[in-house]
Design a protein around this ligand. Structure first.
Ligand code: ADP
Ligand code: VHF
Length: 372
């Protein structure tokens, strides 16, 4: 038994290039149809699923007639752009059979390092999920050169797990999981069924890519599990062609390798906020807002703000202090300092009238806040 996926309500599924493109022979319609059916079944169970799919370069190479992976970065980018059309089309068609809507989301690592874009990506993805859509994510290969050299969507899967606080990251690949050594080279290698994400011993077991298509190999998967664990997500590495792999995992079956996150989701996220973010400004909040934040676990609304100190942009970290100057909370702001100066002391329903747009009713959402 492995209850991880059974208990998870938000899941990232990542599929690698060799699976998606049948080892470079072209988009594997049958495999993609199977994953679409399984993901649709998970949705019917009330689970939210985001699919991170590689395969654009491999498919683009085929469509453009490249026999071998180009070494010219811009040719790789051209392949990715062409192949992505095929990916978008096949996912849209496959999910439509199940009456499930899909959305294409292309991201770069830099998008997720920038706080404003991080917040925007987070809001868009969570909105799509709320609307019942399955977002299909790939790297925005047209605008990056570093990532494309390594072709590493495992890391992207982990970053997305961090971004929307997924409970689980399922990495589907061409092996049955993580083995004690590369099974292509060592026939005596055995499957690791369970380990702790971040255990350095795993990195020693994981070698590079086995195929010329998928570039990351097992090492990027093990490192992705470590990264996903930082926000509390458990990782499962399994064979993408295993019959009903996702639905069986969701039924509690133990398949592949489970890499367990050591800390709980909230604790991990709070730790991340405390460790990684520097504050750029302050808002002084009244006693009522202080009570809501510290005792009732609520978000900070503009009506509770009585003064703004310093300048900050949307997505930056601000400190909420009380009237005596005591820091109470820290979090990512939905509004810039000049916007807050205009909407403070006003009820959230008035934001649109004052600014002409609404980024959200909260100034700092509870999910993006840590109490000090
Ligand atoms: N310890 C290991 N266990 C399993 N596979 C390994 C290991 N070390 C290296 N590999 C290789 O990693 C490959 C999977 O990585 P990769 O080709 O990047 O796939 P994907 O396209 O799914 O990301 C396997 O085919 C295998 O040859
Ligand atoms: N984003 C690119 C490359 C991603 C990639 O190769 O990753 P993977 O096969 O998961 O190791 C693509 O879609 O081809």
């Amino acid at each position: 038994m492995n209850p991880t996926l059974q208990q998870a309500s938000r899941i990232i599924v990542k599929v690698g290039s060799s699976l998606v493109t049948n080892d470079g022979r072209g988009l594997d319609h049958t495999a993609i149809a199977r994953w679409a059916a399984q993901i649709s079944a998970l949705r019917s169970l009330g689970k939210e699923v985001v699919l991170v799919s590689s395969g654009a370069i491999a498919e683009g190479m085929l469509r453009l007639g490249f026999a071998a992976r180009p070494t010219d970065i811009h040719e790789l980018q051209a392949c990715a752009a062409v192949g992505q059309m095929g990916l978008a089309q096949i996912y849209e068609t496959s999910f439509r059979t199940h009456d499930v809507k899909t959305a294409q989301v292309l991201l770069t690592h830099a998008d997720l390092a920038d706080r404003e874009r991080y917040l925007n990506a987070r809001s868009t993805l969570t909105t799509l999920l709320r609307l019942g859509v399955v977002p299909i994510i790939n790297e925005n290969d047209t605008v990056v050169t570093d990532e494309i050299k390594f072709g590493d969507n495992d890391t992207l899967g982990a970053l997305v797990a961090n971004l929307i606080e997924a409970d689980a990251l399922v990495i589907l690949t061409d092996q049955r999981g993580l083995f004690s050594a590369d099974p292509r080279k060592d026939p005596a290698a055995h499957l690791i069924q369970q380990a702790q994400a971040g255990d350095p011993a795993l990195e020693a077991m994981a070698g590079g890519a086995g195929s010329s298509l998928g570039r990351g190999g097992m090492l990027t998967k093990v490192l992705a599990a470590r990264r996903a664990a930082r926000s509390g997500a458990h990782t499962i590495i399994a064979w993408g062609r295993e019959d009903d792999v996702l639905t069986r995992l969701a039924a509690g079956e133990a398949i592949g390798t489970q890499l367990t996150a050591p800390t709980g989701r909230l604790t991990a996220r709070r730790q991340w906020m405390i460790d990684h973010l520097h504050t750029t400004g302050e808002v002084v909040i009244d006693a009522g807002a202080a009570q809501k934040l510290t005792r009732e676990g609520k978000s900070l609304l503009p009506i509770g703000v009585i003064a703004v100190r310093g300048e900050f942009g949307r997505g930056q970290v601000i400190t909420c202090i009380d009237e005596a100057g005591q820091p109470l909370a820290r979090g990512l702001t939905n509004y810039t300092s000049s916007e807050v100066r205009r909407i403070m002391r006003h009820s959230s329903v008035e934001i649109e009238r004052i600014l002409g747009y609404v980024e959200g009713p909260e100034l700092v959402h509870r999910d993006n806040m840590v109490i000090l």
